[in-house]
Design a protein around this ligand. Structure first.
Ligand code: UT7
Length: 328
């Protein structure tokens, strides 16, 4: 029987023009560059302006990925957009992206899995390639999370940033792409990262708005514990399942939420520093966009090259996690 593999054939990113530094935040709220740097490693983040939206960032990143892959929107069979901050709750932003790209024969859907979304979407896309159903799939991770945080709440607003990145998976007949994957969820922690109002349980009212329930809330300490415990375990599992050792990994890209979490997790599995990609200092936590932005930069900086073995681990609201090992 004919076998297909999902080759990472193109990648691209899009970031809002405006950059907000820690020093600028410290002028507006009770925080400091020292606190943010020491606790998170973040120095600055990109923040959307009025004319920049989830759909426009996603489309811009997608265009770059398509150009690198040498295909047009019209060649796409499927578009998966991982996001928790779409332009609208309805329609799915994936259809806006599809329209902008002229991807007339593509199916399109959104995956809402918080910061885990892009890795979950990549794993899902790979399944459609492996079954032989589709040849060209666009996977986007995008967030405009700064419009969901309370800019007066220092517990959350200093942590996040906006951005988008996309990859194209192309069906090929030589062995490459995802070798192993896992997806997990522990719903007992659903309240730890929560958007209290805006869904159907608590639709926005004057009361919810004046209580600030439209803003994202997070129990940072609980998420920190969960993340540091989960990353190493997930990495071990996917490497074992791929039949390789941790030494065989050329580059490890974890979700970029906090440099301390990444350093702690890397140390717990003895992953040497030079194999761990960190760019949270420049972007903050861009949620579902963090892993694909890092993939794009790793290629552009020459830290990732064709044939390398890459490990991805993401974690986020739900609580959820997803990981995979792939040849790029
Ligand atoms: O992608 C989704 C996943 N999210 C994450 O991975 C986030 C995981 N959690 C974290 O990264 C960390 O828990 C945080 C960075 C959010 C917080 O760091 P922490 O070391 O856990 O600090 P904390 O929440 O225990 O707060 C310590 C102190 C508190 O003051 P008191 O109560 O000790 O007087 C906070 O009020 O730091 C205070 N604080 C701040 N101070 C200055 C909290 N935020 C700030 C701030 N500036 N921005």
């Amino acid at each position: 029987m004919q076998k297909f593999y999902g080759k990472l054939a193109g990648y691209g990113k899009a970031l809002p023009r405006k950059v907000v530094t820690n020093e600028e935040l410290a002028q507006r709220i009770d925080t400091s560059d020292e606190w943010i740097t020491e606790r998170t490693g973040i120095k600055q983040r990109h923040v959307v302006s009025e004319d920049e939206q989830c759909s426009t960032l996603a489309t811009q990143a997608a265009r770059e990925a398509l150009a690198k892959a040498g295909i047009d929107g019209a060649d796409l069979d499927l578009i998966i957009v991982a996001t928790s901050s779409p332009d609208y709750l309805t329609p799915p932003v994936s259809s806006q992206v599809q329209h902008e790209l002229g991807a007339t024969k593509a199916g399109a859907f959104v995956m809402v899995v918080g910061c885990t979304g892009f890795v979950s979407a990549l794993i899902t896309a790979d399944q459609f390639i492996k079954t032989g159903a589709y040849k060209n799939i666009l996977v986007v991770g995008v967030e405009v999370i700064t419009r969901m945080v309370n800019w007066e709440d220092r517990n959350t607003c200093v942590l996040f940033g906006d951005g988008a990145a996309a990859v194209v998976l192309k069906a090929v007949e030589f062995e490459t792409g995802i070798k192993s994957h896992l997806m997990g969820s522990d719903g007992s922690g659903w309240e730890h990262i929560l958007h209290p109002s805006g869904g159907t349980k608590n639709p926005p009212t004057h009361e919810t708005l004046s209580a600030g329930e439209q803003y994202l809330t997070m129990n940072g300490r609980e998420v920190f514990k969960f993340a540091t415990g989960t990353i190493g375990k997930a990495l071990h599992q996917v490497t074992t399942d791929a039949g390789i050792g941790l030494d065989d990994i050329d580059l490890f890209i974890p979700h970029q939420a906090n440099a301390r979490i990444i350093e702690y997790a890397a140390k717990s599995v003895n992953m040497p520093e030079h194999k761990v990609f960190i760019n949270v200092n420049r972007y903050g936590n861009t949620s579902a966009a963090s892993v694909p932005i890092a993939i794009t930069e790793a290629f552009d900086q020459g830290r990732l090259k064709e044939g390398d073995t890459l490990a991805l681990v993401a974690f986020g609201s739900g609580l959820t996690w997803a990981a995979c090992v792939l040849t790029v």
